[in-house]
Design a protein around this ligand. Structure first.
Ligand code: PEP
Ligand code: MG
Length: 327
């Protein structure tokens, strides 16, 4: 089995009916990039930059240190695209207590000052991160991804901060390229107003981990309710399906970078929704590719309404898998 998965590595990931499916890697630190390459990822779909800021005591990385880290990833990926997510701090990923920018003492951290909200409240930190990311874009293909977007206003403020960062780099004579700007779709509100967000963003990436948490009101870190954390909940599936469909209808790239993208139980369902870009832990790429190679995307798409209408979508999914395996 191990050897068979190894052989899969350099095989293009294409469905039976010829649809190219992009399999990307989620990484947390520059040291993870070689594993992404080794797994056959065609790029980094999610670089969780907050890991550069965690377990640091009171000292957070400045622009220069961040630039070196982002550049190391871009160079390790050797021309493949790298999607860098701006700091997604707060809730399950707190900054150290000693830091002046600590996110401690929030009554409800998952609903508090986290991710892009935190960045917009810390304009100097945000500016330094944007400049570091822009500078890394001079060394390869970089895309910029914003976590926890909930409001079109946030897009405007990010665009503003980005143009300030560009002007500062221009003044210093620092080179950078144009970077595409994307939004994480992980708050139900964002999925529900997707067309307005698509006016401001070049691409979207669905964060199913948080989308499940916020749709079902289940704290993803609270063990007392972990049995209710249900990726198969029809409300979650509807939000994912409509996000994919609307992004495609608007001609904008859409991927899934939450755990569902790397869980083989959901591969056929996501293909049925029209997804062509999956980002996951590098260790999952081979098994997802295996499922992609056996899938008929068009056939799956015709069956989607049936699954979405089902009260137990996982049963409907299991049924169609049983029939397609028998074919
Ligand atoms: C998500 O929420 O699905 C996601 C990819 O981001 P994180 O798990 O880092 O919050
Ligand atoms: Mg998230």
């Amino acid at each position: 089995e191990r050897a068979r998965l190894d052989r899969l590595r350099h095989k293009p990931s294409v469905t039976l009916d010829g649809v190219n499916i992009e399999l990307l890697a989620n990484i947390e630190l520059p040291a993870d990039a070689p594993a992404a390459i080794a797994a056959g990822a065609v790029g980094v779909g999610l670089f969780r930059s907050e890991f550069l800021f965690m377990n640091r005591g009171g000292h957070l990385p400045d622009e220069e240190e961040q630039y070196r880290a982002y550049r190391a990833v871009v160079e390790a990926m050797n021309g493949l695209p790298v999607t860098i997510r701006t700091i997604d701090i707060g809730a399950d990923k707190p900054l150290d207590r000693m830091s002046a920018h600590s996110t401690e003492h929030q009554t409800n951290p998952a609903l508090g000052l986290r991710a892009i909200r935190w960045s917009l409240a810390e304009p100097e930190m945000f500016g330094a991160q944007l400049r570091a990311i822009l500078r890394a874009s001079a060394h390869g293909k970089v895309r910029l991804l914003i976590p926890m977007v909930a409001h079109p206003q946030e897009a405007l403020r990010v665009r503003e901060a980005l143009s300030v960062a560009q002007q500062q780099l221009d003044a210093q004579g620092q080179p950078y390229s144009q970077v595409e700007l994307g939004a994480m779709i992980e708050v139900p509100a964002a999925a529900l107003i997707l067309p307005s967000l698509l006016r401001h963003f070049d691409f979207v990436s669905i964060g199913t981990n948080d989308l499940i948490q916020y749709t079902l009101a289940i704290d993803r870190a609270d063990e007392a309710v972990s049995h209710l954390y249900d990726p198969w909940h029809p409300a979650v599936l509807q939000l994912i399906a409509s996000t994919i469909a609307q992004a495609r209808a608007h001609g904008k790239a859409v991927s899934v970078c939450g755990e569902m993208a790397g869980d083989p139980a959901f591969t056929e369902l996501l293909l049925a929704m029209g997804l062509t870009s999956f980002s996951m832990h590098p260790a999952q790429i081979a098994s997802i590719k295996q499922r992609v190679l056996r899938a008929d995307a068009r056939l799956l798409q015709t069956r989607l309404p049936q699954v979405l209408a089902h009260e137990q979508p996982q049963d409907a999914c299991a049924q169609w898998l049983a029939t397609s395996a028998a074919r």
